[in-house]
Write a protein of this length. Structure first.
Length: 431
């Protein structure tokens, strides 16, 4: 376990990035999901595992990772994902037909090696099925189609409704660009109209409405665009007086605030500023180019982290346990830590740092563990002299380690106290 903690770069991380809604296909048409679900394989563990298989006599072919993605029903064949020479793959031809009566579904990604070693099936977050983008003026009664401040969105541009011309707003090499292969997830923040242009800004709660001042921040790089006013698009015009809620798959434009009719626009792969033209007979409209019209959609992601601590496991690593929160339970002579999440099993043990804890399994959503005394981490300490933060992990009986992304902190005390009155706090990491 100490070796694992020292070399976290060998974690095997998998991210399924996808839209929160999918448009249904009718009859023989195929409305491919846009943006396409994208799977990323991160961490050095993927390469390390293949190198270990090769060193143990496996052939180059049998050590190859195989992956397939589907929409979780038996009628549609799963589609192959190709990670050759890259750590990501987009599933560009997925669709859901009108014969599928589900209102929600999850993507399923099946992964195994060519020598038949099975990693398991990984699921996306839940995706809502919609018939088509609403053209009616939205109300906040249907909030699952609205876009809340602080949530993530993707933006794409499709010239003349041609699928092959689709480009996505993306950040690469410290610059914004329009990519035909990768898309970015951007946190959309609602700002006060009086908010000035600074690196730090105050955000508001609520749903995004047309006419709102917003900030788009790349969720990976934290790069941000200048303050923008989001405008409703009707054909090739931006509506200056629209104030209804922004909805999924709506076409919108982004006016750079405090500029004279300058809009966020693409030109091939470049992101540029486009000067809109006023409509002489309609002062509430401005004419924009096709490249300044963006389709907006909410996004989500499922992230899984694991490490095969004793070499390739005999059984799949899925379902991967996810810990949502930690809660400290006092009382008695021992302090207990309660873990709340999903996919828990009796075969999992909670570890704090490199110390195994006494673990009590309650159900798939709840586990408890006894908090070790500080002396387990700092030899000779009788009380907490300095803050001590330790990572929380779950370990399966066959050595598979699941990082939770959470940490536990021992808080300093003035001096020795009875064990049951030790003050401890919990620091939540990224879940």
């Amino acid at each position: 376990m100490r070796n694992y903690i020292r070399h976290r770069e060998y974690d095997m991380r998998m991210i399924i990035l996808h839209a929160k809604v999918a448009q249904k296909s009718y009859g023989n048409e195929k409305r491919f999901f846009c943006p396409p679900p994208c799977i990323y394989l991160l961490g050095g563990g993927w390469k390390q595992r293949q190198e270990r298989m090769l060193s143990e006599g496996a052939s180059e072919q049998s050590s190859q990772l195989c992956a397939f993605i589907g929409i979780g029903n038996s009628e549609q064949e799963m589609q192959r994902l190709d990670f050759t020479n890259r750590n990501y793959c987009a599933a560009k031809t997925l669709f859901i037909s009108d014969s599928d009566k589900r209102k929600h579904f999850m993507l399923s990604v099946k992964m195994f090696y060519a020598n038949a070693e099975d990693l398991g099936v990984f699921h996306s977050r839940r995706i809502k099925v919609i018939s088509k983008p609403s053209k009616k003026k939205q109300s906040l009664k249907n909030t699952d189609l609205c876009i809340a401040s602080g949530t993530k969105v993707a933006l794409f541009n499709r010239l003349r409704s041609q699928t092959v011309s689709t480009r996505y707003l993306h950040v690469e090499g410290n610059s914004f660009h329009a990519s035909s292969s990768q898309w970015g997830a951007f946190t959309i923040h609602l700002l006060d109209d009086e908010e000035s242009e600074t690196e730090e800004f105050t955000v508001r709660d609520g749903y995004i409405h047309y006419g709102s001042t917003v900030k788009l921040v790349c969720s990976d790089t934290r790069m941000a665009l200048p303050r923008l006013i989001i405008r409703k698009v009707d054909k090739q015009t931006a509506l200056l007086d629209a104030d209804d809620p922004v909805s999924q798959l709506h076409k919108c434009a982004f006016h750079l605030k405090d500029t004279d009719r300058m809009y966020l626009c693409l030109a091939q792969e470049r992101i540029i500023q486009y000067e809109a033209k006023p409509c002489p007979k309609e002062p509430n409209k401005e004419t924009i180019s096709d490249g300044a019209s963006w389709t907006i959609i909410s996004t989500d992601q499922a992230e899984y982290t694991f490490f095969e601590g004793m070499g390739p496991a005999d059984s799949p690593v899925t379902p991967v346990p996810i810990v949502h929160s930690l809660n400290l339970d006092g009382g008695g002579d021992v302090a207990m830590l309660e873990l709340t999440g999903e996919n828990f099993k009796p075969s999992y043990t909670v570890w704090l740092g490199d110390v195994e804890t006494e673990t009590i399994y309650r159900c798939e959503e709840c586990m408890l563990c006894v908090v070790p005394d500080i002396s387990a981490f700092k030899e000779g300490w009788q009380w907490v002299e300095q803050p001590k933060q330790v990572e929380v992990s779950l370990v399966r009986t066959d050595g598979v380690i699941y990082a939770t992304g959470l940490t536990f902190t021992y808080t300093p005390e003035p001096g020795p106290r009875p064990r049951d009155s030790i003050i401890r706090s919990i620091v939540h990491g990224n879940v």
